[in-house]
Design a protein around this ligand. Sequence first.
Ligand SMILES: [Zn+2]
Length: 711
Amino acid sequence: MRYGFTLLATASAVALAFACSKEASTPPTPAPSEAPADAAAAPAEAEPMGEAIGHFHPKGKAPSKHTIAALEKAGGTLPLSDRRDFEEQAKGFIAAPDYKKIMADAGNVAWDMERYDWLVEGENFESIHPSTERQSKLNMNYGLYEVIPGFYQVRGFDLANMTFVRGKTGWIVFDPLTAAETARAAKELVDEHLGERPVVAVVYSHSHGDHWGGVRGIVDEADVRSGKVKIIAPRGFMQFAVSENVYAGNAMNRRLFYQYGVLLPASPFGYVGQGLGQGVAAGDSGLIAPTLVIEKGVEVHTVDGVKMEFKNTPGAEAPAQIQTWFPASKVFWTGEDVTGVFHNIYTLRGALVRDALLWSKYINEALYRYGKQAEVMIASHHWPRWGNERVQEVLRGQRDLYANMNNQVLHLANQGVTINQIHNVYQTPKGIAEQWYNRGYHGSPEHNSRAVINRYLGYWDANPATLIPLSPADSAPLYVEMMGGADAIMEKGQSLHDEGKYRYAQEILNKLVQAQPQNQEAKDLLADVFEQIGYQQENTGLRNSFLAGAFELRSGIPTGTSPKSAGPDVVRAMSTELFLDFLGIRMDGTKAEGMEYTINLVTPDNGEQFAIELSNATLTNIKGYQAEDADLTLTINRVDLEQTMMGAKPLATQIADGTAKVSGDASVLKKLGSTMVDFEIGFEILPGTKSAAEVEDLNPYEVGPIDIHGE
Ligand SMILES: [Zn+2]
């Protein structure tokens, strides 16, 4: 049985990667008939839960008594008497739409709140951490809310909130969501209940795709060009909107299957949300370049009669970000620097590690600069905080959360605690942990503490045995042999599993699976272990990762359509240098052995030129130079090159029809093309999970998929 990747983009974390695929269709839950044949044949061993909803996977297990006990114990430590989030989440509610699904223009379901009906209707799920269940329920707010008169938010239409600030003549919109379809629907809801008004300005709070991709749903680019609509963004926005995720883009997209559980149906046994919100819309993402970039640290602008102070906060939650202060109404917009969760210092799908100390300092500045006066605090995710006392409390709490993570992890590291121990040693202080907004729904104390050490000391724990270790598949057979073989490991693994010692069980079962990738019995037992560990997690990224691992061990990874490359707006925003750098990554060095070429690239319409060299099986480029002895000079307008960059028109065709001009040895391009590899998203993470993958036709001049989501 094949799953199409685009089909499964519905869990939608990868929606952006697939944004340009017109093949996307999105049944939210794989029907039983779609389950792999081998899995379907195996009956579930455990008793089904005493709940109406069965497990979505034939091999899936209910939570064990150990898991139920662990979650009960965890529930006992939660500050359940603090119900302020529920009041804040519901306050100011104006209306919900009469639909729960938003369709994409391409015909698929772009957004679906119906898939969480079971979550709203049920309670105390034994397979979901009680804190996670609470957060996912809070994230089910859906509709239009008034923050204070003149400030409104549409929530639950996408991963982020869309905020509307009333100007003299129209709306200033903060963060137009991920997809044109959801942003358009949000604007229609506002029109319906608050009266139709034009959008006069859009503010992108930061460079992550869930905060700008839907801009074309509410703004006509011609109005931006004519000056009728302003687009405001932080310093560095355009660069980072596209560059953050190109170089390792394919690996990041694959890892999204883990962090965001892309293959998992929404279910008590599967996907329950992302902590920040319920998911990412699977619609059409576009990008209109800003017309007002906030270059200075702080700038004050009045737009449509609304005075706003913008403050850049680069290099914390995102490489480009602004916070906004509204002095007249005493509203503070945090962007995504302060939300209702402990955010990621390290993003599990793969990203550069963020600076927790700098993040904390930005929050402290916000506290001292705005927080002492602010009466309301709003953000790009979750719900507002009303009243100065509450605003200050949340700012202080979040400041301390990020500072404590940074400082206390380094405190421990300076006493010898390593990256391989810190997650078992670092303890969140009680005062921090008992604030709901500090809990690890998005970033966990476990994976964030490792990130801090990684940032300052790197991945090595300084034990020579881990410095140049064997690869797992090479060391595992020796372990298996020394442990007495597969049967002995299975027996011990089963008994550890039955005792609820899941992290011990994974240690030895992982070795067996690494040594024997085709041992399905071992993979199934490891999957059972992963599943129980997953159920016990409060953090959605950890939960999804363990449950995704279980899914792939049981069913294998699906094969199918490769995601399509990035849309035209994103490619236009990508520099030629970034494109050429990425070609150097796509080049298979072993195929380039012995090749030596120099190419001059000229793009007359933007006045750029590059010298590109292939030598020592390595492709390099330098902007602003031309080689004197180039084998080939390629002249093509940047606007035409973009067709090649997005895979719409191969370079060979551009040359054949005269769009691109070559002088010198044209065969160089063909030889260079023969070294290029199209990355496939379905590479194996866990051993023995790869089914017969189909290799797509290689197009040597096509840029691979780009994920523009950076959460
Ligand atoms: Zn976001």
